[in-house]
Design a binder for this molecule. Structure first.
Ligand SMILES: [Zn+2]
Length: 296
């Protein structure tokens, strides 16, 4: 069994490269992803089929679409469905890695972050030193989209919470929160799968979306129940919402904060990530790492 870092106070990268391939949810196309160690802080995306292009450091400003998944615009190329992979990396304690992709979408795999956690465990982790911490220098941050909101309060450590409310009795109102550590992420969040609704699935298919969606990579709700039980947790939908929140926050890095999202969506989460990027001051844990953070 993998020994995960005890918390997020240190910087970690992968100990070796690891590769996975699979089908993209929206395009239905085959994609390949290689994760490899990085000496630079943050997550950096490059292309397996274009090794001549420079790797881009991920940041919230690259978000260009948030319908169903988080899509980034990376200098002329788009990359969709980054959130579950980023949740797995950040959740497991990885603060820096290179993500090399062939294709336009990160494979959905089983719809959760678990296959990525297994890939990270296979690669192993390497400790680099103290991690520069993202702290909210200007007090609480709130983001509101209609009836949805997210807020971040300064705190020691990282506490994540989410609440969802759906009229469908199979889901209803669910609340979940935890003091996040890599071990708790792996045990309580990583395996929660993405979910959708039967009527929506038909509409999206007709619109040419979710071509790679199937009953083996998403929970499908018909209102009263689930087409593909059993659930991995009784409250799997809200746990997945928390997984999505974590993946979107990973675009800026994990803050020292208490973060809560009510009826979250990728649009709401990535707006919060942008607000965090603007408000959070990277406090140097050590001089060399601080210098690396502020360099382009
Ligand atoms: Zn998701």
């Amino acid at each position: 069994m993998t020994r995960w870092p005890s918390d997020y106070s240190d910087a970690w990268t992968l100990a070796a490269a690891v590769e996975r391939r699979g089908v993209g949810l929206h395009s239905g196309g085959e994609a390949r992803v290689r994760l490899q160690p990085s000496e630079r802080p943050g997550f950096h995306v490059g292309w397996l089929d274009r090794p001549d292009l420079l790797l881009q450091r991920l940041q919230p400003e690259q978000v260009c679409a948030t319908q169903l998944c988080t899509t980034l615009q990376l200098e002329g190329r788009r990359l969709a469905t980054v959130e579950h992979l980023l949740a797995a990396l950040a959740g497991c304690g990885v603060s820096q890695a290179e993500i090399l992709v062939e294709g336009e979408e990160i494979p959905l795999l089983d719809g959760s972050a678990l296959p990525w956690v297994e890939a990270i465990a296979e690669a192993g982790l390497r400790r680099l030193g103290p991690r520069p911490q993202l702290r909210l220098s200007g007090g609480p941050i709130t983001v509101q989209h209609g009836a949805s909101f997210a807020l971040a309060l300064p705190a020691e450590g990282l506490r994540l919470g989410a609440a969802i409310e759906f009229p469908q009795p199979a889901i209803g109102r669910q609340v979940f929160s935890l003091e996040l550590t890599p071990e708790r992420f792996v045990a309580e969040i990583a395996s929660a799968r993405t979910f959708g609704f039967l009527d929506q699935v038909e509409q999206l298919r007709a619109a040419g979306l979710i071509r790679g969606g199937a009953l083996d990579n998403a929970l499908v709700c018909d209102g009263e129940g689930w087409l593909n039980p059993p659930l991995r947790h009784p409250d799997e939908p809200v746990r997945h919402k928390l997984l999505d929140l974590l993946g979107d926050l990973a675009l800026v890095g994990l803050p020292q904060a208490q973060v809560f999202a009510y009826r979250g969506s990728h649009g709401l989460h990535t707006a919060l990530a942008s607000a965090l990027a603007a408000a959070a001051a990277p406090l140097a844990a050590s001089a060399p790492l601080a210098a690396a953070v502020s360099s382009p």
